[in-house]
Design a protein. Sequence first.
Length: 186
Amino acid sequence: MQANTKGKEIKVDKYHMIVSRTDTKGIIEYANSNFIEISGYGISELVGKPHNIVRHPDMPAIIFKLMWQRIQSGQDIFAVVKNLAKNGDYYWVTTKFEIKKHPFTNQVNGYVAYRQGALEHVIDTMSKLYTDLLAIEKTNGMDASEKYLLEFLASKNMTYDQYIEHLTGSSSIFKSLLSKMANLFH
Ligand SMILES: Cc1cc2nc3c(=O)[nH]c(=O)nc-3n(C[C@H](O)[C@H](O)[C@H](O)COP(=O)(O)O)c2cc1C
């Protein structure tokens, strides 16, 4: 199956961190100016909306299932995501999803996503994997795409985000930006 070819790719500046924060249900509470610029939405069109507003139809559902399972179990996760801009263009990002806890109660009260433009070789690898996963999902459902993904990862002897970290390993700019920003979005 061919990937969706509508829209053109927006190149993301590697020094621009694209940040959003949601409540525990994935409703957007905050988006930074880079998010607003690249998505093409105004802040008032984003806040209060479900985060799937930027979901690209080329993204297999299994990746979001995995991401939600991980953050709902209290762990952060790295994922590579293709996002849809308001005008139909798209951009690939490596994303760190982090859980956020209330400073006094220590209860999880939301999630933050920090995104950086994905490297070319990461886009190449992940777009092939996602095209396969989406095709399987469309014909045989998400259980089948999950099985395919788990077998693929088992053959690499890695979890999904170990695989992402392995692919993006050289991108230390992302890690240093992440550590600087980590405390800004409680
Ligand atoms: C903090 C946070 C950031 C998210 N960022 C994105 C994103 O950039 N793109 C995206 O497609 N989904 C993102 N999601 C996942 C969406 O909430 C949603 O699960 C996904 O788009 C799949 O849509 P669906 O749940 O309607 O199938 C994010 C979720 C959270 C909690």
